[in-house]
Design a protein around this ligand. Structure first.
Ligand code: UDP
Ligand code: MG
Length: 334
């Protein structure tokens, strides 16, 4: 395959498939074979280099996930793995894998380990890369196997990010994407602790495109994203990328102040005209409403202050405790 990208010579790109895994001992035995089959297929079709690898990131699992990964890497040279010192969450695990892979590969494809994302979309992603695209987003064309709540919450979230947050995200794209080494190099300069990769990658720029695939149900095991975690990620998505909510509060505050000012004028005129205003119920309602609105506004501002506090400390986003290969600047073999 001839690569048109400015970063690629006329050779087959070296692909690293980056897969975060957290307590996935049930699904890994199924999907690791599928990933390997895909990698071998791509190699034999001459689309990628034989030095391509499947890089598992063990995100501090408490079950046998790391043991499985070590076993795979001993059995087949195409499997390698790193293990984080504790659970840091999907986004950080993915970041660890991407930054690790960046040292060795030409392109990365990140994908979940549960078989929900169609691995056959990788062919098209690599094809797009060869056409000169540096980032290729996998976009879900169908979410039939997701629960109604998941589907509804995910879709409303993308819409909200766009309207409330003013954030540029690709609709229905999660973290299944191809990123070239060139983009990763630039992305490595984004040092924020508050990570929301699908909003940050578009900020790096470079030519990008999308490929569509069908999203299926998990092959085994269960989701690690209950509603509470999904809401936390959703909130991080907004607060890590935009201060628009604070602007909305300022706008709302100004409007209320202006209306109150008109109210005062009206009350003063009423006083001199001798008309008295009766009724405390409406007054209480207004007090409660504005009390609530004030607290909400303070909460949102507090959230940003808290996020700044965490960013200022700039603690490491992950710590790699183990690798299935010796840490070296040269190629990891197994
Ligand atoms: N994951 C992770 N760390 C976590 C939670 C999840 O590395 O703390 C991984 C998980 O193993 C999977 C991917 O992130 O490969 C997506 O998680 P999951 O399938 O549970 O989320 P869902 O698809 O239900 O949103
Ligand atoms: Mg999943």
């Amino acid at each position: 395959m001839v690569i048109n990208n400015s970063n690629g010579a006329c050779s087959k790109p070296k692909l690293y498939i980056v897969i975060p895994c957290y307590n996935e001992e049930q699904v890994l035995p199924i999907t690791s074979d599928l990933f390997l089959k895909k990698l071998n297929e791509l190699i034999s079709q001459g689309k990628i280099s034989d030095e391509s690898r499947i890089l598992f990131v063990n995100d501090g699992s408490s079950d046998g996930t790391w043991k499985l990964i070590k076993g795979y890497s001993e059995a087949n040279v195409h499997f390698i793995g790193i293990s984080l010192s504790r659970n840091r969450g999907h986004q950080n695990a993915l970041l660890a894998g991407l930054l690790e892979a960046m040292e060795f590969c030409d392109i990365t494809i990140s994908i979940d380990c549960d078989g929900q994302d169609d691995i056959n979309a990788m062919d098209e992603m690599i094809e797009k890369y060869s056409q000169g695209y540096e980032v290729v987003y996998g976009v879900r064309s169908k979410r039939a196997d997701d629960s109604f709540l998941k589907k509804f919450s995910a879709e409303s979230y993308y819409k909200m990010l766009d309207t409330v947050g003013g954030v540029e995200v690709i609709y229905n794209h999660a973290d299944y994407r191809l990123i070239s080494k060139k983009v990763l190099r630039e992305f490595a300069n984004f040092h924020e602790v508050n990570l929301f990769l699908r909003g940050l990658i578009p900020l790096v720029g470079f030519p990008s495109t999308v490929v569509y695939y069908e999203r299926h149900g998990r092959m085994a095991g269960k989701s690690h994203y209950p509603l509470s975690k999904m809401l936390a990620l959703a909130f991080d998505g907004i607060t890590s990328l935009t201060i628009k909510p604070i602007r909305i509060i300022i706008g709302f505050g100004s409007l209320v102040t202006f209306i109150s000012f008109l109210g005062i004028v009206w009350a003063v005129i009423g006083f001199f005209n001798g008309s008295t205003v009766a009724g405390w119920a409406s007054l209480i309602c207004l007090i409660c409403f504005f009390g609530g609105a004030n607290m909400l506004a303070l909460g949102i501002i507090g959230e940003y202050v808290g996020k700044s506090y965490i960013e200022v400390k700039a603690r490491p986003r992950y710590i790699i405790s183990e690798r299935t290969y010796t840490e070296t600047v040269s190629e990891p073999d197994s």
